[in-house]
Design a protein around this ligand. Structure first.
Ligand code: B12
Ligand code: SF4
Length: 457
């Protein structure tokens, strides 16, 4: 059987003028995971439009086309699907956006899948080979036991800064109402992990030193995390991951992670206002000492990538300056800002719909940089302007220096300058690397930055 897999991109990632580095960070792990279920005799190709041009006319006509749309690439995904269906190719579509809006996706696919694919995808493959594929498969059995190895051989490693992305769990134990999670995992478990030995074996298969765990919350199951970190000790890995504020504050877990090679953590602070947290059911953050969490990470030699959301119902026009000032004062190395975006079928979406506050359904603009709903305490213009100003202000050299000054020691200060400056101040250099198709050449510099100064815990 001939199978083509495509991760379509949103327009910005394919721009001929300028391509942000964030689209060249991670390979299409979901599709490479699904490819693991194919037979050795199947012929499979994997295309990622974020890093390579896809000319539909010149692609071969496969027996099966597999597409993974995100909300912001849904329009392009449907265009690709329609093109191949017109040629008689069977199109299978699944993933987050399909799960949110199955009827919308079904109009462009022969088969759709809701939820994670580990249970339904092998069933479909059998039905397809038998000539009786169904129109829809809904995931209910949630386990990562017996997961075949991810087909990393299909990934064009040289096109990514972080070719070694990995996930060893699915979902998260929390229920923030703006998050994709509860809707995606409806109908089954919404947080589960691999067996520790399987996760360690997957890590062992990855070449080089650097890893990026894309798990929603790597520290979410303490028993699993401890065993994983103990198993990773001595492997010489350097890695980055995501975790919640409260998990950082727990005694001992962070220290074990650092011993195993943790050097930077993505933390969802979201807002510095407890009333916002309660409204959005981010209960695990309420009453936690954000400053103590940052200090603890820095003392352990771990850099912080802080995520913030603007436009929550308790936010007024002062939220931007206050948030940036707080982040700079804490010495946070990198920050990701978002305009609150109600994703279809989330709790937030349902509330906004009930209050008639969704202003349009142009999914291209659901990219967390545009206002797609009516904010409560400011105008859409104030919100978008404030969002861009927050990025500019946070990454001003003066603030990068000020942030570095808040670090506990000289090493950390130097690392802060190299890392924060490297991401945002050298965008044109990243763009050149992307165009020359040599992004992976910057990986040793990233490893050096993570390795040279970190891990004092
Ligand atoms: C890595 C990542 C990125 C990377 C790269 C994505 C890539 N190369 O795959 C980058 C940095 C580019 C990125 C960018 C953005 N991202 Co992003 N990203 C993620 C992240 C953290 C991990 C994705 C991942 O690899 N998961 C692991 C793999 C194994 O799971 P998977 O891809 O979901 O695949 C499984 C299932 O979905 C399913 N499946 C998927 N496709 C198919 C197809 C078929 C046929 C079948 C059967 C099954 C199936 O089976 C797979 C195996 O279980 C997720 C969070 C998350 N937990 O998913 C957010 C997430 C996907 N991103 C999100 C968003 C909003 C964005 C941005 C718009 C945000 C922004 N402001 O930058 C942009 C633009 C995205 C775009 N391209 O259009 C949202 C998506 C919301 C939505 N409803 O679509 C998420 C869920 C984050 C969140 N919590 O809100 N992202
Ligand atoms: S902690 Fe993060 S991944 Fe978990 S539900 Fe909240 S936003 Fe989603």
């Amino acid at each position: 059987m001939r199978v083509t897999m495509i991760l379509p991109a949103l327009t910005e990632a394919t721009s001929p003028l300028f391509r942000p580095i964030k689209y060249s960070l991670f390979p299409p792990l979901g599709l490479a995971t699904l490819a693991g279920y194919l037979d050795p005799g199947d012929e499979v190709t994997l295309h990622d439009e974020h890093v390579e041009r896809i000319d539909l006319e010149s692609l071969d006509t496969p027996d099966l086309l597999v597409i993974q749309p995100y909300i912001t690439s849904a329009r392009r995904s449907y265009e690709i699907a329609d093109h191949f269906r017109a040629r008689g190719v069977h199109v299978a579509m699944g993933g987050l956006h399909v799960t949110s809006l199955p009827e919308e996706a079904a109009a462009h696919a022969d088969t759709i899948f809701t939820g994670p694919g580990e249970d339904t995808w092998p069933l479909f493959l059998k039905d397809f080979r038998d000539g009786v594929p169904a129109r829809r498969y809904d995931s209910t059995q949630r386990t990562l036991a017996g997961l075949p190895p991810v087909r990393r051989d299909l990934i064009k490693r040289h096109l990514y800064l972080v070719p070694n992305s990995i996930v060893v769990s699915r979902g998260c134990p929390h229920h923030c109402d703006f998050c994709y999670k509860d809707a995606f995992f409806e109908g089954g478990k919404s947080f589960y992990t691999q067996a520790v030995d399987d996760a360690l074996a997957e890590i062992d298969r990855l070449p080089g030193r650097h890893l990026y765990f894309l798990d929603d919350h790597l520290l979410g199951n303490r028993r699993f995390a401890e065993a994983l970190f103990d198993g990773m000790k001595g492997m010489g890995r350097l890695w980055q991951a995501a975790g919640t504020v409260n998990s950082v504050l727990k005694p001992d877990l962070l220290e074990r992670a650092v011993e195993a090679g943790l050097r930077s953590l993505f933390v969802g602070f979201e807002t510095v206002n407890d009333a916002n947290l309660a409204e959005r059911r981010k209960n695990q953050n309420i009453g936690t000492d954000y400053a103590a969490a940052v200090r603890r990470l820095h003392d352990a030699g771990v850099m912080v990538n802080a995520s913030f959301v603007f436009g929550l119902d308790q936010d007024g026009p002062d939220v931007f300056d206050r948030t940036v000032a707080w982040a700079v004062e804490q010495g946070i190395e990198t920050a990701t800002f978002h305009i609150m975006t109600p994703y279809p079928s989330t709790g937030l979406w349902k509330q906004m719909e009930a209050e008639d506050r969704i202003v349009h359904r142009d999914w291209d603009l659901y990219d967390t940089r545009h206002v797609v709903y009516r904010p409560k305490n400011m105008t859409p213009r104030q919100l978008e302007d404030g969002y861009w100003r927050a990025y500019r202000d946070f990454y001003r050299w003066s603030n990068i220096w000020r942030g570095a000054g808040a670090q506990p020691g000289t090493h950390e200060r130097l690392r802060h300058l190299a890392y924060a400056g490297g991401w945002k101040k050298f965008e044109p250099a990243w763009d050149l690397l992307i165009r020359s198709k040599r992004v992976v050449r910057a990986l040793p510099a990233l490893e050096r930055t993570l390795a040279a100064f970190g891990g004092r815990g």
